[in-house]
Ligand binder design. Structure first.
Ligand code: NAP
Length: 296
């Protein structure tokens, strides 16, 4: 019986939940193996290359990749999947037909969890063109970093019209430019214009079905912060998805729930992206419930 050697590259990694989640997945599928943390300093390209050569030799069967190496690993890989290519970042590495492949399960993981989370009546898809109860599906993405790229890719492929608000509007514009071939245009704006209640905030917010926070604002230890102004009143049909999962209820989510809105943090996405990586490495579908229970 194969013993699966799996792991995670990143820096720092001391707070990672991935070993618990993947160990639970191995157990749930009755497989033997382990999941090791490989903290590699951002500048240490030699150690990165040495670790990846252990995947090429078959000693390691699968790796996840997190900050700051999601782009750093790309020059050492033989091929990227179309998804990883489009997002420009890799979170999953494995060997296929003697080629070292870079894949990205963040986008599919986010979308899978979003579909579970959104109220059933948010979506109708007449003729394949998704619409919300209040017209076209409009989403506001806060932040324009690595996870915003995966989230925007997933949303565009699902037929959403995306507005990106970032503190560096140039970063949001760059993200938008990289998805220029999609049918639906991306609008960009400055995050501070929302914070300061400037511009056409009212019309933007009233047209939205969903707000996704991809910034780390509100993450432990800064749990008293929120990417949206405290007194911003949102229409009841807006759902809030906060990628931050530590704490389990962020200030953004708590505030939205207190207004009666549907809101969640990103634990479900964390589980889904991990499960999808695990499926690529082992060919087994792990129980999401078992993975979830491992970090409760
Ligand atoms: P990233 O690549 O560093 O991007 C972060 C983005 O947020 C950048 O646009 C950054 O702008 C912006 N930002 C950071 N601090 C800000 C602040 N104080 N005010 C305004 N904007 C700010 O990080 P990432 O990989 O996208 O991760 C972002 C968050 O998502 C983290 O909390 C991470 O844990 C979470 N995440 C969760 C999952 C999940 O599975 N649930 C998956 C991936 C990420 P600048 O470039 O100007 O700093």
């Amino acid at each position: 019986m194969r013993i699966y050697r799996l792991g995670l590259i990143g820096y720092p990694l001391s707070h990672s939940l991935s070993p618990k989640i993947h160990t639970a997945a191995l157990r749930a599928c009755d497989l033997e193996g382990d999941y090791t943390l490989f903290p590699i300093h951002p500048e240490d390209k030699k150690e990165l290359q040495a670790l990846l050569s252990r995947v090429c030799s078959g000693e390691i069967h699968g790796l996840n990749v997190t900050i700051p190496h999601k782009e750093n690993v790309i020059p050492f890989l033989d091929e990227l999947t179309p998804t990883a290519q489009a997002i420009g970042a890799v979170n999953t590495i494995y060997l296929r037909e003697n080629k070292l492949l870079g894949d990205n399960t963040d986008a599919a993981g986010f979308l899978a969890d979003l579909k579970k989370f959104l109220p059933a009546n948010t979506l109708t898809c007449p003729g394949g063109r998704c619409q919300g109860r209040h017209g076209d599906l409009n989403v506001l993405v806060l932040g324009a970093g690595g996870s915003a790229r995966a989230v925007t890719y997933a949303l565009l492929n699902d037929g959403w019209e995306v507005t990106i608000a970032a503190r560096q509007v140039e970063q949001a514009q760059q993200l938008s430019d990289s998805f220029v071939n999609y049918k639906l245009p991306i609008t960009v704006c400055k995050l501070s214009s929302i914070e300061n209640h400037q511009t056409n905030l009212h019309s933007l917010v009233s047209s939205l079905s969903l707000i996704v926070n991809t910034t780390p604002i509100g993450m432990t230890p800064n749990t008293d912060q929120s990417p949206l102004p405290e007194n911003l009143s949102l229409p009841h049909h807006v759902s809030i998805y906060d990628l931050v999962y530590n704490p389990r209820e962020t200030k953004l989510v708590k505030g939205a729930r207190s207004q009666g809105l549907h809101a969640t943090t990103g634990l479900g996405m964390l589980i889904e992206q991990a499960a999808l990586s695990f499926e690529l490495w082992t060919g087994h579908r792990p129980s999401r419930e078992a993975m979830h229970a491992s970090i409760e």
